[in-house]
Design a binder for this molecule. Sequence first.
Ligand code: ADP
Ligand code: MG
Length: 381
Amino acid sequence: ALREADGLRRRIHNALEDLKGSIRVFCRIRPINKREKDLQDVDVTEIVDSMTVNTQKPSAGTIANEPEQFNFDAVFKPGTQAEVFDTCKDLVQSALDGYNVAMFAYGQTGAGKTFTMYGGAGDNAGTAPLTISELYRLIKQDEDRVQFTIMASMMELYRNELVDLLVPKSGGASPKRKSQNPGSAALEQKLNVRVDKSGAVQIEHLREEECKTAEALSDLLERGNQMRTVCATKMNSESSRSHLILIIRVVGVNKQTEQKLSGKILLCDLAGSERLKKSDVSGDAQKEAIEINKSLTALGDVMESLVKGAAHVPYKNHKLTQVMSDALGGTSKTLMFVNCSPASSNYEETVMTLKFATRAKTITNDVKRKMVAKSKAMPKA
Ligand code: ADP
Ligand code: MG
């Protein structure tokens, strides 16, 4: 019986190790900005090493609060985009190998999610554009052996409604839409999610475009991003209040064996995780905030059950987790960026963010769990 228990323990340990490989959590701290400096904000984060960050609650008196420690698979100080991408670009190869990959950014508005996922011009290009370059570089490298087809779609999840960002929207009925769902013009581009028998996510009527070149895919991205801004303005909101989802499907056919592999890369710039503001106690802003909260809670619950190896993973709790379901768990590879502000004025949000992220890592590593649990200085959430 003892030997059996030992075997079981080892099996559980191995299963957990596998899972540890399948969910990576990278923490990124942005630089303190000018506005914060002008407001006498100080940096409350300290990067201890490449996997550890401390936060220190700002203290009113002379006695400093004890720092609280958080551990992740990687912690980045303000640095180059290339450095960050270097630690995750193997996921692009994984998609070509037939895996489903999800990379997404979590954090409060202004913490650096869009910078991380999309970035700026030149050297500031973020994960999505760098993924595109890497993808087409790898395809080219293998073109004698494998025929690849790349399909992409882009959508936004706003208040539990999925909106296609590749379908042009005009004021009323759109003559431009020779469409895949002509009957529902009035509904604009609201899409439904289904999961088929194999567990693959099907988004009904979602427009998907083949992109033969990196330029074509970059252009698609650009269009989607522009559409997101248009939609936000139309709905009298901000783009940071919706989740932006880009899906790149990769199908490779071996020219000799005709063996077919399909993988996909889902990139998501999540809506801001900040708590409901007191000023938003009514109306649309409140509904918006409640829905964001629901979706992010659903995402946290899914990750927690995956890490725990729970028999039931609650994908169905929100459209966000439904859309992501075939890229989270199972054999898929998942990377979560947790973006944080270093400023003392954002201390509470930063700690909330780090705790959310820790939930996705807690069970996989006992040492890490103990370190976080030990700290007494945790403010009440
Ligand atoms: P979010 O999408 O989370 O609301 P943004 O990505 O728009 O936040 O970032 C807010 C600001 O901070 C932007 O001006 C962005 O360029 C800057 N920023 C964010 N992260 C970094 C970073 N790691 N290095 C330099 N600047 C950053
Ligand atoms: Mg943003």
